[in-house]
Ligand binder design. Structure first.
Ligand SMILES: *[C@@H]1O[C@H](CO)[C@@H](O)[C@H](O)[C@H]1NC(C)=O
Length: 392
């Protein structure tokens, strides 16, 4: 998008341009803040907010989109999952139905066939399985509590994310309260826990992602960002038939060697995303104590023994504080990273990503000011900005 924008600029400046190039359609974004679902357009150089849909008392801190116009949104402050439809401009969410499951759900994921949704409950340390086959509306199939005591010093298990593995059979759930990762088997609607991976005392695994370095449909590796120890943990995976086994390969600081947090006592790693190229790994570093927080970039590369390892590349400002979530654009080259900051002056930023190097440009292509994206009732309250952003 950035490239086509500069091309348009160059053509626009040439007075004798013989034709008007086609203007790419704007990208459509879904943004969640406490008490609001926001839709916005991004044209490569600026954002236009198309809807600020007030959802009082709710926190749509995670949403999943299904073509052509369906949005499933959690209410992190309650126990509902809400189904909305969007209009033809992917704006104006209309509430269709509401279903009640575990409280404090913070992540939703479809199964391969998009007949089920798994919801991870941070509040209760459990996960919900929803049947969405009938009218797309949500029918609770089961809720599974993570068994056993939580990790020492933790009140409860806390399921933080549900992520479908590339084979389409297993969901992997980082359990922040258990210092563990659980593997859930979707086969025959079992959704039973088939493996519990110890991530280490005091780690607090939060969000992760898969990578398949041999191009196969099974992931070869998984990387998780830990919120309490601010680490990236790289695991090599083995599919046994009944589950996925995890073997730890490497563990390193989410800040890399060059940019330590000003305040390590508050630092809390947030989102983790691996680019389509299987090389570039991004992690958001929150509450660093610095003027703004940051997104660090690591490269997953083979070392001289031939086994892959993570290497710190660089780090850029997120433009604000508490970048709870960021996501890569939908284009194949993933040339834009969209960032949601809960605090600071910049609520939303679009950063240019170089597809060749994977580096992000610090100066944003476009931003939305915090005051323009928070709900009216929260004016003057800190850290009530965007919690979620996704191109749809
Ligand atoms: C954050 O602050 C620490 C301590 O002052 C400093 O060493 C580090 O470089 C800063 N990080 C960034 C990204 O500027």
């Amino acid at each position: 998008m950035y490239r086509s924008f500069t091309t348009l600029m160059a053509l626009g400046m040439a007075a004798a341009a013989p034709f008007v190039p086609r203007q790419d359609a704007p990208r459509k974004l879904l943004i969640g803040t406490p008490a609001q679902i926001i839709t916005a357009d991004f044209n490569g150089a600026s954002f236009t907010v198309t809807t600020k849909s007030h959802q009082p008392q709710t926190a749509p801190s995670w949403m999943i989109y299904r073509e052509p116009n369906l949005v499933y949104a959690v209410n992190e402050n309650g126990a509902e999952v809400n189904l909305f439809t969007l209009d033809e401009n992917k704006a104006n969410p209309t509430l269709v139905s509401t279903a009640t499951g575990a409280s404090g759900v913070v992540s939703l994921e479809f199964n391969e066939e998009k007949t089920r949704i798994v919801g991870a409950s941070f509040g209760t340390g459990s996960y919900d399985i929803w049947d969405i086959q009938q009218d797309n509306s949500l029918k609770l199939l089961k809720n599974v509590e993570i068994p056993g005591p939580p990790a020492p010093g933790q009140e409860t298990h806390r399921a933080h994310q549900a992520l479908l593995d590339p084979s389409g059979r297993f969901f992997v759930i980082p359990n922040l309260g258990g210092d563990s990762i659980i593997v859930v088997d979707s086969e025959s609607d079992s959704y039973a826990i088939t493996n519990t991976v110890d991530v280490g005392a005091g780690s607090g695994p939060r969000h992760g992602d898969f990578v398949s370095l041999n191009g196969g449909s099974q992931a070869t590796h998984y990387i998780v960002a830990t919120e309490n120890s601010n680490q990236l943990v790289l695991f090599a995976l083995t599919y046994t038939g009944a589950t996925i086994e995890f073997a730890e390969v490497q563990r390193l600081s989410t800040y890399g060697p060059a940019f330590p947090p000003k305040d390590p006592s508050t630092a809390a790693a947030g989102e983790l995303v691996i680019a389509n190229n299987g090389r570039d790994v991004y992690v958001s570093n929150r509450l660093s104590g610095n003027e703004t927080d940051s997104i660090a970039h690591f490269a997953l590369m083979a070392d001289n023994t031939g086994s892959p390892a993570l290497h710190f590349v660089d780090s850029v400002s997120s433009g604000g504080i508490l970048p709870r979530m960021f996501s890569l654009g939908k284009d194949a080259q993933q040339e834009i990273v969209f960032v949601a900051n809960q605090g600071g002056n910049t609520g939303v930023a679009a950063l240019k990503r170089c597809p060749d190097t994977g580096s992000l440009t610090e100066e944003p292509l476009a931003t939305l000011k915090m005051e323009d994206v928070i709900a009216e009732e929260f004016v003057g309250t800190p850290n009530v900005g965007p919690q979620f952003i996704q191109e749809i």
